[in-house]
Design a protein. Structure first.
Length: 94
């Protein structure tokens, strides 16, 4: 068996290491701009969201660590984490 080295972008947050690769998507019909995702994300550090035109928008998606905390905070389940990679050529598994 040969060992292959795979390089991925990681980020440290609250004592854990996350592999970056997901970006938040907002269902604008479900979002009621309650700011729960925005406040939690800002408190945890990444600060990805702002309220734009009455809905949450991931205006700094490149800062997302992909931990899913915003999805859990959303009372209407309007947030989904989507892979930033092209599905026809995904990265190798870590």
């Amino acid at each position: 068996m040969s060992a292959n080295k795979i390089e991925v972008e990681t980020v440290e947050a609250y004592g854990r290491t996350f592999v970056k690769g997901n970006v938040p998507e907002i269902n604008t019909i479900r979002c009621m701009a309650c700011r729960q995702c925005l406040n939690l994300c800002k408190k945890l550090g990444p600060n990805v969201y702002d309220i734009v035109d009455g809905v949450a928008k991931p205006v700094r998606a490149e800062d997302c660590i992909g931990d899913g905390a915003c999805m859990l905070a959303c009372p209407t389940k309007a947030i989904f984490l989507m892979s930033k990679y092209d599905p026809t050529s995904p990265p190798q598994a870590v």
